[in-house]
Design a protein around this ligand. Sequence first.
Ligand SMILES: Cc1cc2nc3c(=O)[nH]c(=O)nc-3n(C[C@H](O)[C@H](O)[C@H](O)COP(=O)(O)O)c2cc1C
Length: 238
Amino acid sequence: MHLETEHSDLQFASVHNNAVTPCEQSRVLRAAFEDRGQESCPEFRMMDKILFLNACIRPCSRTLELAEALLQRLQGDIREVRLQEASFSALDLDGMEKRHRAAQNQDFSDALFDAAKQFADADILVIAAPYWDLMFPAVLKTYLENVTVSGITFYYSEQGRPQSRCRAKQLYYVTTAGGFIGQNDFGFSYIKALAQNFFGITEIHRYAAEGLDVFGADVEEILRKTKLEMMAQFEENV
Ligand SMILES: Cc1cc2nc3c(=O)[nH]c(=O)nc-3n(C[C@H](O)[C@H](O)[C@H](O)COP(=O)(O)O)c2cc1C
């Protein structure tokens, strides 16, 4: 019963896709996700935990629009972290010392480690990040520094190799670019290497819409086609 309710929330959002602007659509979907967050029945808790890392900065982000189309297809309990609004700090000396002490005492109860625990506990990771300076916005790197914590999301083997402590086996990376990315998605390459080497994530997918800021670009059409391609690839992968 609860699963149906949840599904219909998203159908409601989907039905309205054509009638509202991407920004309004975003709000409808957000309401659906937030409602999901308050759900507490046991069936719901058994669903996959989807951690949605939203590194979109602009209010009418095209990257967010694509990511939301993907999230409508994924089945599970979606938790969104809006990185622009979150208060993560870059790792400094004080933070390093706290990590060191926590690891020595095997006590990661400080709230500083909550994000890493949430990350380790997710079944599926979805990252939405616009293509900035051949990479992604700095808020995403800051977040990753906060969750790449030895003792929580990974540990070092006796041979000094990182070993995963994460549940996730799937990661989806969604981006949009003003120009054309070609071989230069260094942000995705980095995320992929980190996910494989530290977090043991084996299934990694990337979806990108490009050329959105090129003079004369039909942005709606590019996004529409990218969503169709994304859904086709998604169906192939499941
Ligand atoms: C700070 C900044 C850096 C950018 N760097 C690039 C870039 O290196 N290459 C490119 O093709 N587009 C670049 N763009 C354009 C964005 O990739 C493009 O507008 C993208 O669709 C923005 O995503 P959004 O609509 O989700 O905000 C940049 C935009 C900004 C604001």
